[in-house]
Design a protein around this ligand. Structure first.
Ligand code: XBP
Ligand code: MG
Length: 261
């Protein structure tokens, strides 16, 4: 039986990468007087590295005009990442990073039905909390039984640590939960912890593989384009549909393949 929904943050709750992190990385480069500006295409490649600090370090290591020593690169990555996160929270507080359509409605379904919710993310608690506070209001914490962020699970997705910590905090078995994810790293992380996954594709992972997911589709706001096809073909993806996929996923083989579902 489904007892909890585990929400990824970046790309799943909101288009945080496009509307928040990418803009904030570029603004930090500019403030530091650095010549780098990442395009959406470049960022799509860099997103293969999970974690903003790790992503920066990876970029600095491949950048011929960057600092020469390993220590210098780590120090610069730390300073840039710190500032990027301040700028990111600033953008969130300005309202530049709204929830994706259908997210709030599914959260409300869970509240009505007494299904627990938790946040399971590779980003920092501060970033996640700002997004939730601004978009769900001051009492956002009441909605969630747990928030697992980078500080709680330093081994970033695709490592299963964040999902394992969340299950432990909730006192649930993996098969009693469903993860809502958008990225291959998130999918791998949840599956490695044994948690069934619903993939709500995001901007940067629109065509990424979804092998192993119990369902995949373009977004929670509409039933069109989802595989397996929802029982109601009009309207949004609600808790009843997630429950149906969860039951189906326990009895049949999951979604296979690449490209749009
Ligand atoms: C996605 C990530 C994050 C963000 C940036 O995590 O990889 O690193 O890109 O956040 P998820 P930080 O989808 O699991 O939420 O700079 O705070 O790492
Ligand atoms: Mg994500």
């Amino acid at each position: 039986m489904l007892k909890a929904l585990l929400w990824d943050v970046d790309g799943t709750l909101a288009e945080t990468e496009r509307d928040g992190h990418l803009v904030a990385f570029n603004a930090a480069f500019e403030e530091f007087g650095l010549p780098w500006r990442w395009s959406e295409e470049r960022y799509a490649e860099l997103l293969r590295v999970a974690g903003g600090f790790e992503r920066l370090l990876h970029f600095l290591e491949s950048e011929p005009r960057g600092s020469s020593s390993k220590d210098e690169r780590r120090t610069l990555a730390r300073r840039l990442h710190l500032r990027k996160n301040e700028l990111y929270v600033g953008r969130v507080e300005e309202g530049a990073v709204p929830l994706r359509p259908g997210v709030r409605e599914l959260m409300d379904d869970c509240a009505r039905a007494g299904v627990f919710m938790a946040i399971v993310t590779t980003t920092s608690r501060g970033n996640a909390e700002a997004l939730l506070r601004v978009n769900l209001g001051g009492d956002w914490q009441r909605r969630f039984a747990a928030l697992v962020g980078a500080e709680d699970a330093p081994r970033k997705k695709p490592d299963p640590q964040a999902y394992r910590v969340a299950l432990e905090l909730l006192g649930l078995e993996a098969h009693e939960a469903v993860a809502i994810e958008d990225s291959p790293a998130g999918l791998e992380s949840a599956l490695a912890a044994g948690v069934p996954v619903v993939m709500a594709r995001s901007r940067f992972f629109a065509d990424a593989p979804v092998n192993g997911a119990i369902a995949a589709g373009p977004g929670l706001e509409r039933a069109a384009g989802w595989e397996p096809a929802p029982s109601e073909t009009s309207g949004r993806i609600g808790l009843a549909q997630i429950r149906a996929w969860h039951r189906l996923g326990s009895s049949t083989s999951p979604v296979r393949g690449r490209g749009r579902a």
